[in-house]
Design a protein around this ligand. Structure first.
Ligand SMILES: *[C@@H]1O[C@H](CO)[C@@H](O)[C@H](O)[C@H]1NC(C)=O
Ligand SMILES: *[C@@H]1O[C@H](CO)[C@@H](O)[C@H](O)[C@H]1NC(C)=O
Ligand SMILES: *[C@@H]1O[C@H](CO)[C@@H](O)[C@H](O)[C@H]1NC(C)=O
Ligand SMILES: *[C@@H]1O[C@H](CO)[C@@H](O)[C@H](O)[C@H]1NC(C)=O
Ligand SMILES: *[C@@H]1O[C@H](CO)[C@@H](O)[C@H](O)[C@H]1NC(C)=O
Ligand SMILES: *[C@@H]1O[C@H](CO)[C@@H](O)[C@H](O)[C@H]1NC(C)=O
Length: 927
């Protein structure tokens, strides 16, 4: 009641706690524990992790905020331990305690925690009742901020021992302070105003003085300086007066503590003269503790403490840096220093022989060592292969917090770092009360610089740690630079080549060694396959040999004298099943697919092409569909036949005889086929030339269609055929076997060109250009017969067009063109036509009759611009052969479905008397 009206805030900023596992937004609710420790009570709150704590005492439902001066006057002190807990020490006889018969003491606190990012802010009420019966006649408490003495009335002189001044109506009026300068009387009210605590309880007088109060003084006790507080309190009742003497002596660090580098030695006088009236006394008990709590001898030993007694002192030795204490940080001249702090406690109990009066003496001491430079060290724990910078920065006292990290381009707070994926942790050192920060920054982070070196990549990181001393809010920083060199990852590589029979493949391991799977063709390289392919390995490379005939080789194309085979090798990552490396080698292997024997036997091997995956080789036949292969499997079909069987055609050449047959799928299969079906197409022409003079046989093949990759879904058919009629009735035609046909100069040639397979009557076939050569279509001399759909005007033997009428053979006359050429036309400028072969070529245009777009489609023999939109390729074969059209528009969006036939087509390069390639141009289409 005496000390209620003090309005100061007593703010404690407690240190950041240790053992923070991760600063990742884990809001802690601090623990509150209370303990009764003899004549004091301890309230432990924490860990606080840098949050502020206001302490108030509740009395009669009013909270009184504890200021430092109220604390000193009323018996409170606050400290912290190495774990960042706030420790509030409360004298049981504090100004606010509810005292029941000097046995039960109740104090109620209100704790206001101001939360931060680590700790939840809250208001807590703490009420604790402690029992304490073991009161000695005198109880002295020395805390760092006050001295308290509780003097029992009963121990006053014999004659007054039964007098309880308060009960009898005595009131304390005056306090006399004894100082070296003399006695100093002061009214109780004055003394209280000056910060002294004066209170009487049913059995005792309680006096409290701030440690450095003016009416206290220093006294050497056994050579140790001590602060002494010595009083006599006058109690008055009317004309009666009595007095109670009370004294306390408390140690201060200076003069009682001696430091070496490793040890703290504290001397406490054994006989504290100011408190002992007679010379004789007996020391009954000595207890040692830390943070107000007694330790037993085993605990003392375990912590490396020693407490010894000699004639004059209680000598305590404590290791610097040991458990129980903690380090506090300081910054001086940008350098980091620490000092070690520890709060030892000594409790003595003695009795004076003369009076038999017992004194219980308790020192809650505070020892701080000198500042010691603590060089900060960054330990680089980076393992380059892990692609992350890992570092440890330390050692710090627990009162240091990491605030931000500055990179060359930016500053990141701890929260930013967490979002960025940097792993930041705090760890306590196991052997000291220091802590370290660990930080991990992935090499992939933009803050990490990358520099290419010779086969290596150098990663570097510059950073500045922003650190703060939490109790002084003092900022300091630490610069660091880390570098890591990482060998570049070289993937395995494949190389290879071929000779006449085999593919040779060499695989070089990458920087990760042999950690891949190998696919040959579509098969996994198993040990048995490896053995089959002469697999060899030497630690850095392996090689194998794949024969051209192996099923793992894809046949790309078949030419007259060779086969183009391709081997694919794929290296796979078996864990992710992803492709590391793909390698293909394609080679031409000389091969005789067709053999001609002098006895007239021909053999032919039809290989399945990669581009015709759905082909079933066993279904292939010769011209005569009854002639199937003598042997077939899923990769090839083998035919044996004689030149006079299986539909083999014969041609006479000047000195030779040509026999030709064709391997394909039987016609009936094709006839049934929808032009857009995805049935496989295959045509392999096999030929033998027998030299008439020598009877030697030479075999050759023309390339099968589909030798080039093409888009299966863009396939269509267009067949154009050019024939030579026997006469102008166009009813009989020369057969294929008859070529070359002998004609005399005067004789006319009757040509017919037909568009096959189309049933669209609106489509017409037009001849754009026709010409004759003695060889290839572009060779010279060249005789122009038809130019832009019209007879060559400068030709003296002009071409004559013959109209086409529907008849039994001709269903759609527009699909036909007929013209007549005089052989004279080819005589011009040629002396010798004997034994000469003439080739006639035509460019063909297919027009939509509903949409004559001009040019030859307009049927007016005049020049018009061609409107070329896309290029198509057509292959037309001689005589009744089929012409296949492979088309895919280059410029239009989609491949065109020929069924629509809305387009005007131009077929070019129709070569006569040979097998030809034609180019088709689409002229235009409807909008
Ligand atoms: C406050 O409490 C004390 C006892 O703790 C009591 O004596 C006093 O009357 C109370 N004062 C008020 C204003 O309630
Ligand atoms: C890092 O944090 C400290 C303390 O909040 C602040 O003073 C300092 O400016 C910050 N550093 C940067 C570069 O923002
Ligand atoms: C703690 O132990 C580490 C090694 O375990 C040592 O480097 C360090 O100096 C020790 N610290 C103290 C204060 O003994
Ligand atoms: C392994 O074979 C490759 C290719 O033949 C060769 O270049 C390499 O030097 C060989 N390595 C060793 C260790 O013999
Ligand atoms: C033709 O000759 C070949 C090779 O000498 C032989 O294999 C084949 O049986 C012969 N055919 C006939 C019908 O004699
Ligand atoms: C067909 O003619 C076109 C143009 O007239 C030409 O570019 C192309 O090379 C010719 N094709 C062949 C196989 O002669």
């Amino acid at each position: 009641m005496l000390y209620l009206i003090f309005g100061f805030r007593w703010l404690f900023l407690l240190l950041v706690a240790a053992n923070i596992e991760a600063q990742k937004n884990v809001i802690l609710i601090p623990d509150i524990k209370t303990k009764c420790l003899g004549n004091i009570m301890l309230v432990e709150v924490g860990p606080l992790r840098g949050s502020f704590l206001d302490v108030a005492v509740i009395m009669n439902n009013t909270a009184v905020l504890l200021t430092p001066s109220i604390a000193t006057q009323c018996g409170f002190s606050m400290k912290h331990d190495q774990f960042g807990n706030a420790l509030i020490y409360i004298s049981l006889q504090n100004c606010f305690s509810q005292n029941v018969e000097d046995k039960t003491f109740t104090t109620a606190l209100q704790l206001h925690l101001h939360g931060n990012q680590f700790v939840k802010g809250e208001l807590h009420q703490v009420v604790e009742t402690c029992q304490y019966n073991a009161w000695a006649s005198r109880e002295v408490i020395c805390d760092y901020n006050y001295m308290e003495v509780a003097q029992s009335f009963q121990t006053l002189g014999e004659q007054r021992s039964c007098n309880l001044p308060v009960d009898l109506g005595f009131r304390a009026t005056t306090v006399v302070f004894f100082t070296p300068e003399g006695e100093k009387p002061m009214s109780v009210a004055d003394a209280q105003r000056r910060g002294y605590g004066i209170r009487n309880t049913p059995t005792r007088l309680v006096l409290r003085s701030p440690m450095m109060a003016p009416e206290t003084y220093m006294q050497q006790v056994a050579g140790v300086p001590m602060r002494v507080f010595k009083t006599s309190t006058i109690f008055e009742k009317k004309w009666l007066a009595t007095q109670v003497d009370a004294a306390a002596a408390c140690p201060i660090q200076e003069g009682s503590v001696f430091l070496t580098q490793k040890t703290i030695t504290w001397y406490l006088p054994r006989q504290m003269d100011p408190m002992i009236s007679s010379g004789q006394f007996k020391l009954l008990e000595v207890h040692f503790g830390i943070n107000g709590q007694r330790l037993n001898p085993l605990e003392l030993q375990a912590r490396g403490y020693s407490v010894a007694l000699n004639d004059f002192y209680v000598i305590t030795e404590l290791p610097i840096g040991g458990v129980g204490g903690y380090y506090k940080s300081h910054i001086q001249d940008d350098k980091y220093y620490v000092s070690y702090m520890i709060e030892p406690m000594l409790e003595l109990l003695w009795t004076e022989d003369a009076t038999n009066e017992q004194t219980r003496y308790k020192v809650l001491f505070h020892i701080a060592t000198h500042l010691v430079p603590q060089p900060l060290e960054l330990i680089d724990k980076t393992v380059p292969g892990e692609m992350t910078f890992k570092m440890v920065l330390g050692h710090f006292a627990v009162d240091v917090a990491l605030i931000n990290i500055t990179f060359p381009a930016e500053v990141l707070s701890m929260a930013d770092c967490s979002v960025r994926g940097f792993n930041i942790l705090e760890h306590m050192s196991p052997n000291s009360s220091m802590k370290v920060f660990t930080l991990e920054v992935p090499f992939s982070d933009p803050a990490v610089l990358k520099q290419a070196g010779d086969g290596v990549t150098i990663f570097s990181l510059h950073l500045t740690f922003g650190l703060m001393l939490m109790d002084e809010l003092e900022f300091f920083s630490y610069n660091a630079h880390l570098e890591a060199v990482v060998q570049n990852i070289v993937p395995p590589s494949v190389s290879g080549g071929c000779d006449k029979e085999n593919f040779y493949v060499l695989v070089k391991y990458g920087s990760r060694g042999y950690n891949f799977q190998t696919l040959v063709g579509k098969r996994l390289m198993t040990p048995s396959l490896a053995q089959h392919y002469d697999y060899m390995e030497n630690g850095t490379h392996f090689s194998f040999v794949v024969p051209f005939s192996s099923p793992d080789v894809a046949v790309e194309a078949i030419q007259s004298s060779f086969i183009k085979g391709r081997l694919d090798v794929i290296l796979n990552n078996p864990e992710t099943n992803s492709e590391i490396q793909e390698f293909s080698v394609a080679c031409n292997f000389l091969s005789t697919l067709t053999e001609c024997f002098p006895n007239g036997t021909m053999t032919a091997l039809a290989l399945k092409l990669e581009s015709v995956p759905s082909l079933n080789p066993s279904k292939l036949t010769l011209e005569d569909p009854s002639c199937g292969p003598v042997f077939s499997n899923d990769r090839y079909a083998f035919f044996v036949f004689t030149v006079n069987s299986c539909g083999t055609k014969r041609k006479f050449m000047s000195n030779a005889m040509l026999y030709e047959n064709e391997i394909s799928l039987p016609d009936e299969d094709l006839a049934k086929k929808d032009p857009n079906s995805k049935e496989p197409e295959y045509d392999l022409k096999v030929s033998c030339v027998y030299d008439i003079d020598t009877n030697q046989a030479v075999a050759f093949n023309t390339r099968p269609r589909r030798s080039e990759p093409y888009a299966e879904n863009s396939k269509g058919q267009l067949q154009v055929v050019m024939r030579l009629a026997m006469d102008e009735s166009y009813s009989k035609f020369q057969s294929t076997e008859d070529y070359p046909i002998a004609k005399y100069l005067q004789q006319p040639l009757y040509f017919e060109v037909e568009l096959l397979k189309s049933t669209n009557p609106l489509v017409s076939l037009e001849l754009e250009n026709c010409w004759a050569t003695k060889g290839e279509r572009t060779s010279q001399p060249r005789w122009n017969l038809i130019i832009n759909g019209c007879p060559n005007p400068v030709d003296p033997y002009q071409v004559v067009f013959h109209p086409v009428w529907a008849d039994a053979r001709v269903r759609y006359p527009s699909h036909f063109k007929r013209f007549e050429v005089k052989m004279f036309a080819f005589a011009e400028g040629e002396e010798d036509l004997n034994a000469k072969v003439i080739f006639v070529h035509c460019d063909v245009v297919i027009c939509d009759a509903k949409n004559p777009l001009g040019g030859v489609c307009g049927k007016q023999c005049s020049k018009t611009k061609e409107m070329i939109r896309g290029e198509f390729e057509i292959e037309v074969q001689l005589g009744g052969g089929r012409g296949m059209l492979y088309y895919c528009a280059l410029s239009s969006l989609d491949c065109i479905n020929l069924n629509l036939l809305l387009f005007c087509w131009q077929v070019k390069n129709v070569t006569f008397l040979r097998s030809w390639i034609l180019n088709m141009y689409q002229l235009d289409q409807y909008a």
